[in-house]
Design a protein around this ligand. Structure first.
Ligand code: FUB
Length: 349
């Protein structure tokens, strides 16, 4: 969302029309990854803070230093903040910017997956472990070998296999890995991006090892196709992947969802296998207040919920966001009904 349009928003009216309120307001939280563990809803968000970092298109202002875990008995019940569960000072390999995390459970242990910049300024993805879903988590000494970029989302399939989806453009550095090696040359978010007529950069996926601490295979491309079976193009900004990957399964189909970044939509694409390909299927959420849009999807007692964020509590400050949740619905063909975050108010035309 253009920064100058924030001046035109009446936040009192916007909050009245919002389909949901921030789940917590004592801290800023974003990028919610929700899971149901032991019949309780756990949310693993980023913990947004104000900082002296410059405001730029590489997201330097997202200078987060730790993670909190939120949980609740059920939708609408009291939300507990379990406090700081992992701090960057306790992650030997990381230097700054603890961005969107996710979590998974296996054999009674809980794994927090998180991106951060290493000491060379390159994003990688790490793992931290706890005996409890609410942490605290102890970090592994090194990041996942061969990991890069941001926004890990770990999906457990019905056969017990775990896959990590990840990647993000601009500040998330995915474009710098086009050749398989990190290209450090050039400055700014647009360096190394494909031209508009070329195929869009793809998010990534890898099967995880049995202990969930490493990739068990080479990283693969997640291809998103258009209605003609062709890969989406880089210039298709309203539909192509930007960041915030998520996977859920509905009626036996794989739903890969993501943010389109600079066009501010949450979209999804449907496939028959965890690796895809996926065919673009539509929008989940229209633009929210704030530049970023990021989400997860989880089922609780046979209802489906979208966990997302906006910057309404901070009155539009891009890097001070608040986690929210709203019920989602599917039509009889499995199409997700697009949510408007504020009834009758469009943030973008
Ligand atoms: O929170 C920092 C970054 O902003 C996330 O990693 C992106 O998905 C975007 O929400």
């Amino acid at each position: 969302m253009p920064e100058d349009s924030i001046n035109h928003i009446n936040f009192e009216e916007l909050n009245e029309k919002a389909i949901s309120a921030p789940l917590v307001s004592h801290i800023y939280t974003a990028d919610p990854s929700a899971h149901v563990f032991n019949e309780r809803i756990y949310i693993y968000p980023s913990h947004d803070i104000d900082s002296d970092a410059v405001f730029d298109d590489l997201g330097s202002q997202f200078a987060m230093e730790d993670y909190h875990v939120l949980s609740m008995d059920r939708p609408g019940s009291e939300v507990i903040d379990h406090g700081c569960v992992l701090h960057i000072n306790d992650v030997p390999w990381a230097s700054k910017q603890m961005w969107a995390p996710d979590a998974a459970e296996k054999d009674g242990k809980y794994y927090l997956f998180f991106p951060a910049k290493n000491h060379d300024g390159i994003f990688q993805i790490g793992v931290a472990i706890s005996a409890n879903p609410e942490g605290p988590f102890i970090s592994e000494p090194n990041p996942i070998k061969g990991s890069f970029s941001i926004d890990p989302a770990v999906f457990k399939d019905d056969d017990g296999k775990y896959y990590m989806y990840f990647g993000g453009l601009w500040g998330g550095q995915l474009q710098r890995w086009r050749t398989g090696e990190f290209k450090a040359d050039g400055e700014g978010p647009l360096v190394h991006l494909p031209a508009d007529h070329q195929e869009a950069l793809t998010p990534k996926v890898a099967l995880l090892s049995d202990d969930l601490l490493q990739f068990a295979e080479e990283v693969k491309d997640v291809v998103i196709l258009d209605e003609n079976g062709q890969p989406l193009l880089a210039g298709d900004n309203g539909r192509r992947f930007f960041e915030a990957a998520w996977m859920h399964k509905y009626n036996g189909k794989y739903y890969f969802s993501y943010s389109t970044g600079d066009t501010h939509y949450l979209c999804y694409a449907i496939g028959d296998k965890p690796y895809g390909p996926f065919t673009y299927a539509g929008r989940i959420l229209e633009p929210v207040v704030g530049w970023t849009s990021h989400h997860s999807i989880a089922e609780f007692e046979e209802k489906w919920y979208l966990f997302y964020h906006d910057s309404s509590l901070s009155q539009g400050v891009t890097h001070l966001r608040s986690v929210k949740m709203a019920e989602i619905h599917y039509d009889e063909n499995g199409k997700m009904i697009t949510l408007e975050p504020y009834i009758g108010i469009k943030i973008l035309d």
